[in-house]
Design a binder for this molecule. Structure first.
Ligand code: PEP
Ligand code: MG
Length: 580
């Protein structure tokens, strides 16, 4: 048994066999073969080893002259590993004795090598782990051919273990069979992490070297609340975690009873609890969790999922489906937030030294007016089906907002000229997710229809901490006193100006921050649908006086540690049994 620590992304406990995905998305299933196939699988292994050696030799020779001695040495080292007879012997032994399929046997042997290198105290040898992973990938490609893993279909419940998953890969994961996810890299506020949370499954990221330590078929526990991953747990540990699974199920069932009750404080103040979605198909799940509407539809995932650029018709159908499914509740459609970590295979914005500060979001849309206009037309058309709000992301200046509105007016005029049915009466607003927008909130409040605070980016830009980098994740926190003051200012400014203000960053769905945000004056929260019941439960158990006192005290601290400790103690007083 091995226990590894990472960063908690989504709570809950998952216990299942691991499916290990490498960077190229190969699945290495624990596949057993019949005895009659042993020879064929051994031959397949030989062919894969030979093909891999041939590829390496060709690459090395092709690049001779361009490569320095070090690079040639690396190729030679790879060839040497593949030529060593004991490599094939070990793989074939597993095929013959355990009836493992060639791919699975190869992955077991290569991961044993990786573990051995990882244990060495010599940093140069430890670096070899990446080379062994490379060799493994090459071998698997030659064994499995083009049979890529279909992340949407698994035949039995699994825990996904991966080095890293991009947001678009994560978007393919299906809820049906995936019980949990754990990855080597990533931070709690990355877009991948957000998608994992919206899967509603326990997830842990930033678990260094996890994918090298796990073999497909190992039993894994993902302890989402504590950020732990247990590999091959012993029986007492399994028992303990099985009891926790039951506890979570009990808490979830109890929370489900709140679905149709209003989100209202003990003394009668009403709140709106909205949901964040990535796909139109999630709207029914939001309603099941008691959402008052969609506070953030991250439309870029339509783009990330489709092979090319989604057409106006495709987008129109997607937005319309969301609006109809919301059954009269408002749907806030955010225009594409492409760029940074959310790019498409075709539209990869190359070579940006600082992608998070680069051509992303509204900046990208305003440079791609053809694409932007298509999206706006689709949204205006879908607005004939129900209440739509239109939100522009990553705004830093009034000029940007005005430019976006101009493109919107162009789209309206075109639709009018073409006599295409549309509804131009949509409220437009902005996300406050840059320090510039937060500081200039008073000016924006005079012009926009609503604002939504995006703490995921706001924290990143206020604290200069990459939201997706596990190496700096301990600096990334909404509890930083500077962040609290900025959020407080924005809420206060909007309240005074009479402009709707919601908060749709992940902080809105964390019970730890519920009393604080309500006490600061926030009345509309937008979050992953699965977080709604717990936030509602908390709001219903508190009076405004109590929450305002918590907010005042939280604002008085000088460090994020003090803030977190205080909020945790206050939240535990109200919800002593829930994992916070
Ligand atoms: C945010 O930045 O808080 C936000 C909600 O947008 P995203 O997470 O999609 O960047
Ligand atoms: Mg954002």
């Amino acid at each position: 048994m091995e226990i590894l620590r990472g960063i908690s992304v989504a709570p809950g406990v998952a216990i299942a066999e691991a499916v290990v995905l490498d960077a190229e998305e190969y699945r290495i299933p624990r596949r057993l073969i019949s005895a009659t196939l042993v020879d064929a699988q051994c031959d397949l292994t030989d062919r894969a080893v030979e093909a891999s050696i041939a590829e390496l030799v060709t690459q090395r020779d092709d690049m001779r002259g361009q490569l320095g001695q070090d690079a040639s040495d690396i190729f030679n080292w790879h060839v040497g590993v593949l030529q060593a007879p004991h490599l094939r012997d070990q793989i074939k032994q597993l095929i013959r004795e355990k009836l493992f399929a060639a791919a699975y046997a190869t992955s077991i042997v290569m991961r044993t090598y990786q573990r051995r290198f990882l244990k060495m105290n010599d940093p140069i040898l430890a670096e070899r782990v990446r080379d062994v992973q490379d060799i493994e990938r090459r071998l698997l490609r030659n064994i499995l051919g083009e049979a890529r893993e279909d992340l949407a279909h698994f035949s039995k419940p699994v825990v996904i273990v991966a080095h890293d998953l991009s947001p678009s890969q994560t978007a393919q994961l299906s809820r049906a069979k995936i019980l949990g996810v754990a990855m080597d890299v990533g931070g709690a506020a990355s877009h991948t992490a957000i998608l994992l949370r919206s899967l509603g499954r326990p997830a842990v990221v930033g678990v260094a070297d996890l994918s090298s330590r796990v073999s497909g078929g190992d039993v894994i526990i993902v302890d989402g609340a504590n950020g732990l991953v247990v590999i091959q747990p012993d029986e007492p540990t399994l028992e303990q975690y099985r009891a926790q699974v039951e506890r979570y199920t009990r808490i979830r069932d109890e929370l489900a009873t709140l679905r149709d009750l209003p989100a209202v404080s003990k003394d009668g103040v009403e709140f709106k609890l909205m949901a964040n979605i990535e796909f139109q198909s999630e709207v029914p799940i939001c309603l099941e969790q008691g959402a008052d509407g969609v506070g953030l539809f991250r439309t870029e995932f339509l783009y990330l999922r489709s092979r090319g650029e989604p057409s106006e018709e495709e987008q129109y159908q997607a937005y319309r489906e969301a609006v109809l499914a919301a059954k009269g509740r408002p749907v806030t459609i955010r225009t594409f937030d492409l760029g940074a970590d959310k790019y498409t295979q075709e539209k990869f914005i190359e070579g940006e030294p600082n992608p998070m500060l680069g051509l992303r979001s509204i900046r990208y849309s305003l440079q791609r007016l053809d694409m932007f206009k298509v999206q706006l037309r689709a949204i205006l058309r879908a607005a004939t089906a129900g209440e739509v709000r239109l939100m522009f992301p990553l705004i830093i200046s009034l000029m940007e907002y005005r430019q976006a509105k101009m493109v919107l007016h162009d789209a309206i005029e075109d639709l009018e000229d073409e006599r295409v049915p549309y509804n131009g009466d949509v409220k437009t607003g902005i996300m406050i997710e840059t320090p510039a927008a937060a500081i200039q909130c008073r000016d924006f409040a005079r012009e926009v229809g609503f604002v939504s605070v995006g703490t995921n980016d706001l924290v990143q830009y206020l604290l200069a901490v990459d939201r997706g980098n596990q190496r700096v994740s301990r600096y990334y926190t909404s509890a930083h006193p500077a962040v609290l003051r900025v959020i407080h200012d924005v809420i206060r400014t909007c309240t005074r100006a009479g402009v709707d203000c919601s908060l749709c960053g992940e902080t809105a769905g964390e019970p730890l921050y519920t009393m604080l945000l309500a006490g600061l004056g926030l009345r509309c929260f937008s979050m992953a649908p699965h977080n709604i019941p717990e936030v509602k439960k908390l709001l219903r158990m508190c009076t405004m006086k109590q929450m305002e006192r918590v907010a005042r005290r939280a604002l008085s601290f000088e460090t994020d540690r003090q803030v977190v400790n205080y909020l945790r103690s206050q939240t535990r007083k109200i919800l002593p049994d829930d994992p916070i």
